[in-house]
Design a protein around this ligand. Structure first.
Ligand code: PMV
Length: 325
């Protein structure tokens, strides 16, 4: 069997995935729209071997254990079933972004694992099939398979995957990430999704999503931040509204989060074109054009944000010809 290495970027959603219609298959309650983040990468090497007594998985040189390991093993089982093999796998994965910053994304992890494992098993999946497979590992991972700006939609297992809406080169949109806290999140997105339907605001958010999707999609196609930005901000706040009103409530914000959420609209009033979005964590993603990214970064630092990561649009998952072992 071959050995294969894949590289993937995480992605930031402008219209979010929060809540599922099928927990096993990771079918989302609504379509979502995202951009891959070029500045952050996960590299994963996979080899299937007859001589291994058990699967061996390391992330950043440490053996994976517990529920995180179980999710990877379940994904390897999917690939073994597709390839008709029962060899155990050696998997090594490395992130170039600091662990525990709230950026350690399962999206880039399962996108890279899907490509490396299928190639190592001798399979060639097309982009749609690879995105569909990555979705089963972690929903948002399907959006890290195509390059650039992606829309994840579809009704069932066969049709639910991400398609590119514009390549990375289409627009120099930049995500200036304010890392306000390195605390580990109390409830991960995996459990958060199942709490979402318990919120009285869940249906209201879903009803508003088509309008935000339309604006965000046009914003990307027309390279118009003032169309994309308001939709992204409104949906991020709606998603956190759902989180805050779940049972038990999910409050991901820290003090530093609120400082940035209040500053961004102030900066806009001062003439700086910048909008925010957030995922299931305390960090704030500031969306602006490449030309204003340094100004946004400087203002975040003056606000007291301890760490800032700046990223433009990233490529899709790809093979490389070096190995981690
Ligand atoms: O793919 P998951 O299960 O990690 O869910 C991702 C959820 C959010 O990051 C909060 C939103 C999104 O669409 O990426």
């Amino acid at each position: 069997m071959e050995k294969a290495t894949a590289v993937a970027n995480p992605n930031i959603a402008f219209v979010k995935y929060w809540g599922k219609t099928d927990e096993e298959l990771n079918l989302p309650a609504n379509p979502s729209l995202s951009m891959n983040l070029a500045a952050l990468t996960t590299v994963t090497t996979v080899e299937f071997r007859r001589d291994l007594p058990a699967d061996l998985v390391t992330v950043d040189d440490r053996p994976l254990a517990g529920p995180a390991l179980a999710r990877v093993l379940a994904h390897l089982d999917r690939v073994r079933a597709l390839a008709g093999i029962d060899h155990k796998a050696w998997v090594a994965s490395r992130n170039d972004f600091p662990a525990g910053t709230g950026l350690a994304s399962s999206a880039s992890a399962f996108a890279a694992l899907s490509l490396a494992a299928t190639r190592a098993a001798g399979l060639w999946l097309d982009e749609a099939a690879l995105s569909q497979l990555a979705r089963l590992g972690s929903g948002s991972a399907c959006r890290s398979v195509p390059a650039g700006f992606c829309l994840w939609e579809g009704e069932d297992d066969e049709t639910s995957y991400a398609r590119q809406v514009a390549p990375a080169e289409h627009w120099n949109l930049t995500d200036v990430v304010a890392i306000v806290s390195r605390e580990h999140k109390p409830v991960g997105s995996h459990d958060g999704h199942s709490l979402a339907p318990g919120s009285p605001f869940y249906a209201a958010r879903l009803a508003a999503v088509p309008g935000w999707l339309a604006d965000a999609g046009r914003g990307i196609r027309q390279r118009n931040l003032d169309l994309l930005g308001p939709a992204a901000e409104a949906d991020a706040l709606a998603m956190h509204g759902v989180m805050l009103t779940s049972q038990p409530p999910l409050l991901y914000w820290e003090g530093g989060t609120l400082a940035v959420l209040k500053a961004v609209p102030d900066w806009r009033r001062e003439g700086l074109d910048v909008y925010f979005t957030m995922d299931a964590g305390p960090n704030v993603h500031c969306l602006c054009l490449a030309a204003t990214a340094a100004e946004v970064e400087g203002r975040l630092r003056r606000l007291g944000v301890p760490e800032v990561v700046v990223s433009g649009p990233g490529q899709g998952v790809r093979l490389v010809d070096h190995y981690l072992f």
